[in-house]
Design a protein around this ligand. Structure first.
Ligand code: GDP
Ligand code: MG
Length: 299
């Protein structure tokens, strides 16, 4: 995994010399966290935690702060359960087996379609079959793009029968097809922009309602581009308010010096980060793990 987003190097420059801990130390630490996009709340909380520990444990050398920070971050992140729920719902009374349905939402360009390709590959590799619903039907190029990714991943695609077909009906058909073929997982791609934001939220609500006539939705994943930081989060706010988001996928961590955004996102939204994307390749996706992420961020 690329490590441009690590703050470890900066911490080593600041504290590696092992000087004494004083007021400047805390200012430097807070600035470092803010620059790495931890957000004001999480930065302050982490500095407070460390200050407490330094007093209690009688720590005198700044060198020790790096490890303490790593553990404090892991602990802060551990409050959120990152488990991706791909368990199938209980079969219907007549014995029909139902697929786990994942809806992928987020603003244009954040990496939804790419993430769907990566996630499909991941699930197929685990021995489960995937149907991708190409419900971003407003641009022919979007259907083509998700179809290419699905082919690479070894997943089937259900797309619009004619250009511009209603996205909710495509989503419905994808789930219906999975039920009739016994496919394990359905992943639905959606548009990131329509004429109006309200129109898009209505469309997503309709997709959810129509799909849930067949199967309860297992996950609504909101994709967020890590390079956009807090600004990207405010763009994503409408989705958080209206789309029933159950997990966040943070993409483009390879291109960001702001890995702290992972902490900021969870603090601000209360929604767990479940997957992280760190490149344009099909294998550049990982399940989120708080301990290893904190280590990669800080060490
Ligand atoms: P969508 O509009 O949300 O569906 O976004 P796309 O999946 O089309 O991705 C937009 C651009 O972001 C493409 O050029 C992708 O290759 C790129 N992209 C997606 N995920 C990542 C990532 O984790 N790292 C990098 N560097 N680029 C990514
Ligand atoms: Mg797309």
């Amino acid at each position: 995994m690329a490590e441009r987003w690590s703050v470890g190097a900066r911490l080593r420059t600041l504290f590696g010399g092992g000087g004494a801990i004083d007021d400047d130390t805390w200012t430097d630490l807070e600035d470092t966290l803010l620059l790495a996009d931890f957000g004001a709340d999480a930065s302050e909380r982490l500095v407070d935690t460390l200050r407490d520990q330094v007093t209690k444990l009688n720590v005198s050398s700044a060198r020790e702060l790096q490890g303490m920070l790593r553990d404090a971050i892991a602990e802060l992140l551990a409050g959120n359960d990152p488990t991706l729920r791909l368990t199938k719902p209980a079969p219907r009374a007549d014995g029909t087996v139902l697929p786990a349905v994942v809806l992928v939402v987020g603003v244009n360009g954040v990496g939804k379609t790419t993430t769907i390709g990566k996630l499909s590959r991941f699930v197929v590799r685990a021995g489960r079959s995937v149907i991708v619903g190409a419900a971003d039907t407003f641009r022919a190029a979007a259907v083509e793009q998700v179809s290419t990714w699905a082919a690479r991943a070894g997943a089937e695609v259900v797309g619009p029968a004619q250009p511009g077909q209603d996205p909710a009906s495509v989503a419905y058909q994808a789930v219906d097809r999975a039920i009739s073929t016994g496919a394990d997982v359905v992943i639905i791609d959606t548009a990131g922009r329509l004429q109006t934001k309200a129109g898009l939220m209505d469309e997503l609500t309709k997709i959810r309602r129509v799909v849930e006539k067949l199967v309860p939705i297992a996950e609504v994943l909101l994709v967020v581009d890590a390079t956009t930081g807090q600004n990207g989060l405010s763009q994503a706010d409408a989705f958080i308010q209206h789309a029933g988001v159950t997990g966040i996928v943070l993409t483009k961590l390879d291109g960001s010096a702001k890995g702290g955004f992972v902490v900021g996102v969870q603090q601000l939204t209360g929604i767990p980060v479940k997957l992280i994307g760190y490149g344009e390749g099909i294998d550049d996706l990982a399940a989120f793990n708080s301990v290893s992420f904190a280590a990669a961020l800080i060490d």
